[in-house]
Design a protein around this ligand. Structure first.
Ligand SMILES: C[S@@+](CC[C@H](N)C(=O)[O-])C[C@H]1O[C@@H](n2cnc3c(N)ncnc32)[C@H](O)[C@@H]1O
Length: 280
């Protein structure tokens, strides 16, 4: 039987509604083209011929849901991803952080943690060693578990070392991990200021008084409505003068709260929350 695009659209909406009602994860406002690709991939890998059958499976089998959840939440990442961004972070944000007695940072959608370790290394090298608290959050539990352990395949280290050189790292990348069999185990000192936590940007509340939020390569999977909601969440979570960093293909330009931010580096997608106007 031929399934029309309209029927498929209905089936996807029903599946996302079922996930929301049963498990509380809200993928209903994620960009449909990407969600649809990931659902079909999951169906191929699990030999599931119809979306309605997948819906039945995930409602009755929590493991099937976990697998789909992993597929839906794309956790591709790497250390020092887009090295030029880290150079800008060093030059345009770190000097301000050095002036603050207690620095609070939120790395939202941290996936398996490579981004937050990159950040921790950069801050350590730049001497942001005063009181520092970094919250690293994600909805994907299995990615978060990897993040907390900080253990990565050794065969990725060559690429990460090359990225580290491209950000003009001040030391040697090898100083930040211990090689253990086929793995690189990140030095425990890097985790000292990091709190890993489950947090869903779609359904959970804001984090208060942040000086810096990194949310890179996450919004790209959200539709415009959801992007607006999440940008507002970040706006509420930042102090005036706090920075927001997005991924290279993301922008705050079209968000409802765009006028509450100034661009700091348009190319590297770094924005700063405005200070309130005196007298308002
Ligand atoms: C492509 S990864 C980006 C990782 C990292 N920020 C980077 O740029 O390398 C996207 C991450 O966003 C997470 N994510 C997606 N929707 C989310 C939500 N509603 N709340 C929290 N995290 C979410 C996914 O689980 C995934 O780990």
């Amino acid at each position: 039987m031929e399934i029309t695009a309209e029927t498929e659209h209905i089936e996807i909406r029903l599946l996302l509604e079922a996930i929301y009602l049963k498990y509380g994860y809200d993928f209903r406002s994620y960009a449909e083209a990407s969600i649809s690709r990931r659902i079909k991939r999951n169906m191929r890998l699990n030999g599931c011929p119809h979306i309605s059958e997948l819906q039945h499976r995930i409602l009755h089998d929590a493991r099937a849901f976990q697998q789909l959840m992993t597929d839906l939440s794309v956790s591709v990442t790497e250390m020092f991803r887009n090295p030029d961004f880290y150079q800008s972070l060093r030059q345009q944000i770190v000097p301000g952080l050095l002036q603050i007695p207690f620095v609070k940072i939120w790395c939202a959608g941290c996936a398996s943690g490579e981004e937050v370790y990159s950040l921790a290394i950069l801050l350590k090298e730049e001497g942001v060693t005063q009181q520092l608290q970094i919250y690293a959050t994600d909805i994907n539990e299995s990615a978060l578990q990897i993040a907390e352990k900080g253990i990565y395949p050794l065969d990725k280290v060559k690429e990460y070392t090359s990225n580290y050189h491209r950000i003009n790292g001040r030391g040697d990348f090898v100083d930040y991990y211990t090689a253990l069999y086929d793995n690189a185990v990140m030095r425990s000192g890097l985790k000292r200021n990091i709190t890993f936590a489950h947090h869903n940007m779609v359904t959970d509340g804001s984090f208060g008084e942040m000086n810096l939020i990194l949310c890179r390569n996450v919004m790209i999977y959200f539709n415009r409505d959801l992007q607006n909601r999440v940008f507002q969440l970040f706006c509420d979570s930042l102090i005036p003068g706090g920075f927001l960093c997005l991924g290279s293909r993301e922008t705050i330009q079209y968000a409802n709260c765009a006028n509450q931010f100034d661009p700091v580096n348009v190319h590297e997608k770094i924005y700063r929350k405005k200070f309130p106007c005196p007298g308002l």
